[in-house]
Design a protein around this ligand. Structure first.
Ligand SMILES: [Zn+2]
Length: 131
């Protein structure tokens, strides 16, 4: 199996199997959007999502990355509701956060990951454990 060196947002450079990388390709031609690649780090298990350019696309395809298309959701004619303002002490929600959540929800053990992400926070605090 082909392996490739990628940059984990937590660990730095790591080596992952080529087929462990998802290529998220925008498939709605009249309304272009960026494409991304995504992988789960073999060291820390966190998922990293990065913008994808054409040379990276060709390289990752050659290493066996999987292509996934997105873009089926049509924009509403009315403006989207504004995101809620960030809570004090917390960073604002970004498009990368939403994409991470989308990918997480496709995993069969997504609930366990969410619970693990909330560990260490006081019960009842925003983002804390729910039982
Ligand atoms: Zn990592």
């Amino acid at each position: 199996m082909s392996r490739i060196r990628v940059l984990c947002r937590h660990c730095g450079h790591v080596v992952v199997p080529g087929d462990a990388i998802d290529l998220l390709i925008w498939s709605d031609e009249p309304d272009p959007e960026p494409s991304y690649y995504s992988f789960r780090c073999t060291t820390c298990a966190l998922r990293t999502v990065m913008l994808l350019d054409e040379p990276q696309l060709q390289l990752l395809l050659a290493h066996g990355a999987r292509v996934r298309r997105y873009g089926a959701v049509r924009r509403q004619p009315s403006p989207s509701p504004a995101l809620p303002p960030p809570q004090p002490g917390r960073p604002p929600l970004t498009h990368d956060d939403l994409l991470d959540l989308h990918l997480l929800l496709e995993q069969p053990d997504w609930w366990d990951h969410l619970l693990a992400a909330g560990e260490g926070r006081p019960r009842g605090a925003p983002g804390g454990q729910v039982s």
